[in-house]
Design a protein around this ligand. Structure first.
Ligand code: 5GP
Length: 117
């Protein structure tokens, strides 16, 4: 965990940058991705600044679990219960992480190939 959170998601958490929020509580925030890669593309983030899973500690286990359950609830709210949804967490620039505040992509509403590209 780092002291500063100068990422775009830090700014969204603090209300300095707008976002189309779909869920928020004391611990987590969910909002629409600005560049949707699927008909449903929601980002679920903790309010605590964790860079990615390499930065997560044992003490974050409950919070990480809450991200998963929030992703499920968001998917249900988005009408994805029948067709399902895909979660993606990019950990590191080498695999495509571009915002260094951990986030779970909730993707749905189209077909997805396997293995992912
Ligand atoms: P990553 O590539 O780090 O896994 O995912 C970062 C995601 O954040 C991308 O899908 C990108 O479209 C999204 N994103 C970047 N900047 C903003 C922003 O200012 N607002 C919103 N809502 N999403 C953003």
């Amino acid at each position: 965990m780092t002291e500063e959170n100068d990422t775009i998601f830090g700014k969204i958490i603090r209300g300095e940058v707008p976002a189309n929020k779909v869920y928020e509580d004391d611990d987590v925030l969910a909002f629409e991705d600005i560049n949707a890669a699927a008909p449903t593309h929601i980002l679920v983030i903790p309010k605590k600044h964790i860079v990615n899973l390499f930065d997560a500690e044992e003490e974050d286990a409950e919070l990480l679990g809450k991200l998963m359950l929030t992703a499920k609830n968001v998917a249900i709210d988005q009408g994805l219960e029948e067709d399902g949804f895909r979660l993606v967490v990019n950990n590191g620039a080498g695999v495509g992480q571009s915002v260094f505040h951990i986030h779970v992509h909730v993707l749905g509403g189209r077909n997805f190939s396997w293995p992912p590209g």
